[in-house]
Each structure stands twice: as C-alpha cells, then as structure tokens.
Write a protein of this length. Structure first.
Length: 268
C-alpha cells in the first residue's frame, strides 16, 4: 500500500471509534518499522452544532501526534442547500472530501487515509444495490479523479465490533456522529438493521458476504461491459462439439441451515 520512499499520509480523525482505531494501528505499525511513512492526523471541524472542538486537539497533543485541525463551516452550506426532510449526508460528505484533498495537497501528502471498516463496505454495497441499482462499494485503495492523491482504507477487513471493543478498552474520548441531527431514518441505518438481523439469524453471514466481494464472477452477472456474452461460441472439435465455453457450475447458493451459507451446487 505504501507508494514511494517519501510517503506522507493524511490520517482523517473524526473522533469516532473507527478513526481512533485507525490512528492507533498506523502509529503502532510505524513504531515497529513496518510502515515507512510520515503520518499527519487531521480533523475537519465542519461547524456542526455542539461539536466539542477541544477534544481532539487535546488528545493529539497528549499523544504527541503531528496534527492539523481545520475549521470549515460546511454545515451551514449543507443546511442551506439541502431541502427540508432530506438527509445531509451526501452533500456533507462531498464537501468534507474536497476539503481533505485540499489539506492533503497543502501539507505535501500523497495519500488520504480513512477509517471505513468491513461493515461500512458491506452497507455501502447494499445501499448501491437497493437504492442505486448497481454493484459497487468502497474499495480499499483508489486514486482520486485528479490523479494526484491515493485514498486508503486500511480497516477494510476489520469488523466494526472489533473497532468498538478496541476503542472501549482504550477509553478514547468518543465524539458522537449524529451532531447534525440528520441520522434518523437514513438509508444506511436501515441497511445496517437488515444486516444485523441476518447476522443474528445466521452468525458469520457478514463475513461470508464480505468474501463474496472478493470473489466476483463477471461471466455469471449480466453486465456486457464486463463479459462478452455476444462473443460466446461453442467448441466444435469432435467429442467436444456442443460443449459451451460458459458452463453453469460452482454457482454459490444457500441450500439451507444444514448446508451452511457457502453451499454450492454443480449443474453438471
């Protein structure tokens, strides 16, 4: 994940359990000599009412972590632009991301590091599926549209429950994530409730679904941009005549509680 010998990362710190966990892991890896990068912690105070502006500066100073605290009142912009009754999250996120990219450039960083974990990635996948009509989620690594910054999510394989346990054990000063008052009824919360129920009914289901995101089969989906269905042909060499190149086999299905969520059926 480290690009170049002079890498400098902007580590985004919101004050939530995930970003505290992220920072702690990166500091530990750097201390052990396993992460040859300079780290700069950054908190973007977006002017949300009730935000405890002194919590993170005091924490970072006590930890001796290089940091930058930036104040940008994007909250007022969001309130002004978003119609009443609609969620603030989409516009708020875009404004936050733009400011973080700007700060990264000003600080000479080549990467922005975020604290999204496995459960965030799963929730985003199902939000795109249910509401966006597409198969997509947040990747662990990407390049921004301008092509000058990497974006990393080192906690991509970490369960939210593990972040919560770690943050509680470390007694971090947690800042609530619902200060804007726009959280009730959010699509993400609804998806989270669905996943919680699935996990309750079938323990381990989240991890099975997460592994599926690393095991895509374009030939068994419907997107012609990913698979040339029109170009499929039959083998016509004697005994193989009539055997299709694309065969229905090893299609993962759920057969029932006795077979487990990873049961397979062979159509041959």
């Amino acid at each position: 994940m480290v690009e170049g010998s002079s890498a400098r990362w902007l580590v985004c710190l919101s004050g939530g359990k995930d970003s505290y966990t992220l920072l702690a892991i990166l500091i530990e890896l750097k201390w052990r000599g396993l992460l040859p990068v300079d780290l700069l912690a950054c908190n973007l105070d977006q002017g949300q009412p009730g935000f405890p502006a002194t919590v993170l500066p005091k924490f970072l100073e006590r930890m001796g972590v290089p940091h930058r605290i930036e104040y940008q009142d994007t909250y007022s912009i969001v309130v002004d632009k978003v119609p009443q009754g609609r969620t603030y999250c989409a516009l708020c996120s875009r404004l936050r991301r733009g400011n973080l990219y700007r700060i990264a450039r000003e600080e000479g960083c080549n990467a922005v590091v975020l604290g999204h974990h496995r459960d965030d990635i799963l929730e985003t996948f199902f939000m795109n599926l249910f509401h966006g009509g597409r198969l997509a989620t947040m990747p662990p690594k990407l390049v921004n549209e301008e092509g000058d910054l990497f974006l990393y999510r080192p906690l991509a394989h970490v369960a939210e429950a593990d972040c919560e346990k770690f943050a509680k054990a470390m007694n971090y000063p947690i800042i609530p994530c619902d200060l804007c008052g726009s959280q009730d009824g959010l699509q993400r919360q609804q998806v989270k409730q669905i996943l919680d129920q699935w996990e309750k009914n079938s323990p381990g289901r989240r991890q099975v679904m997460f592994r599926a995101l690393m095991n895509a089969r374009p030939s068994h989906l419907l997107d012609p941009k990913l698979w040339d269905f029109a170009g499929l042909a039959l083998k016509m060499d004697g005994a193989s005549a009539g055997a299709p190149i694309l065969r229905e086999r090893d299609v993962a299905v759920e057969k029932g509680p006795s077979s487990g969520p990873e049961a397979q059926i062979d159509w041959q």
